[in-house]
Design a protein around this ligand. Structure first.
Ligand SMILES: Nc1ncnc2c1ncn2[C@@H]1O[C@H](COP(=O)(O)OP(=O)(O)OP(=O)(O)O)[C@@H](O)[C@H]1O
Ligand SMILES: [Mg+2]
Length: 261
């Protein structure tokens, strides 16, 4: 029987920016595999290379060395890759064309689908997607992205995911700009959606408490390297690396109960 390839497979994957004194090794020789249907969280301190790795998974950043395979093949055709792998970013401002209205941008999502629905059904679907993320379609459809707040733009990114229905979602601090009260709501709607569509999720956060709640496996990044990876239980209950131990001790809700889950 043929063996199914991993969704992602990274071998000695490295990304270096700049040269000489400005050289930064953002991702430093990392190895990992992600299986279809998993929720994998990447945790790590600021500047540890999480977003750079996310951009590599999205096909937006090339490797300096090593290799990254998607379903057993290198990422060469970006359009096909974008259909399969979509992102929700911590900084949503760069993710939208500032010269198109929100409505037009959501309608534009259909242009990358292989089998888009008939034109007359599309606006109804866009409205449903906006409803789902609690944005008022009539209020936002004619607005330009710069007229929306960061939190509203992050909701809009989730609406875009509803429409495209990718195979994999890379969510880089997807609620960093949403206010604390709405954060759980946006995150829940994102997770419900991904479960319904059977998506694989790569979730990126500083927050190990959140990682514990949502993920099957955790990769811990520190200074560009993956210093530890394993099931959520392994990482949370029996961390090996000093940095992971430090992260666990920094979880504000940490108490005996949390460890004994
Ligand atoms: N385009 C770039 N050019 C040069 N250096 C970069 C670039 N992008 C990232 N870096 C550097 O690479 C390192 C990793 O950055 P990255 O954004 O991946 O970290 P991060 O873990 O996502 O941090 P945060 O939690 O603050 O979002 C940092 O030192 C950063 O300054
Ligand atoms: Mg980042």
């Amino acid at each position: 029987m043929p063996v199914e390839p991993f969704l992602f497979e990274a071998e000695a994957l490295t990304c270096i920016f700049g040269r000489g004194a400005k050289r930064v090794v953002a991702v430093d020789c990392v190895d990992f595999k992600i299986e279809q249907g998993e929720i994998v969280t990447i945790v790590g301190e600021s500047g540890s290379g999480k977003t750079t790795l996310a951009r590599m998974l999205l096909g937006l950043q090339r490797e300096s060395s090593g290799r990254l395979l998607f379903l057993g093949r290198p990422i060469t055709h970006r359009r096909t890759h974008f259909r399969a792998v979509q992102g929700v970013f911590q900084d949503p401002f760069g993710s939208f064309n500032q010269y198109y209205t929100v409505g037009n941008q959501l309608l534009d999502c259909y242009s990358i689908l292989e089998k888009p629905p008939p034109k007359e059904q599309r606006w109804g679907q866009v409205q449903q997607a906006l409803d789902r993320v609690k944005l008022n379609a009539l209020e936002v459809e004619n607005k330009f992205p710069f007229e929306l707040s960061g939190g509203q733009l992050q909701r809009l990114m989730v609406a875009r995911i509803c429409i495209i229905g990718p195979q994999v979602l890379i969510a880089d601090e997807p609620t960093s700009m949403v206010d604390a009260c709405s954060r759980a709501e946006v995150l829940t709607s994102l997770l419900d959606l991904t479960r319904q569509l059977g998506m694989t999720i790569v979730f990126i956060t500083h927050d190990l408490g959140l990682a514990d709640l949502v993920s099957d496996r955790i990769l811990v990044m520190y200074q560009g390297r993956i210093v530890e990876q394993g099931t959520t239980q392994q990482i949370v209950r029996a961390p090996n690396h000093a940095y992971t131990k430090k992260l666990i001790s920094a979880v504000p809700t940490m108490d005996g109960n949390w460890l004994d889950r």
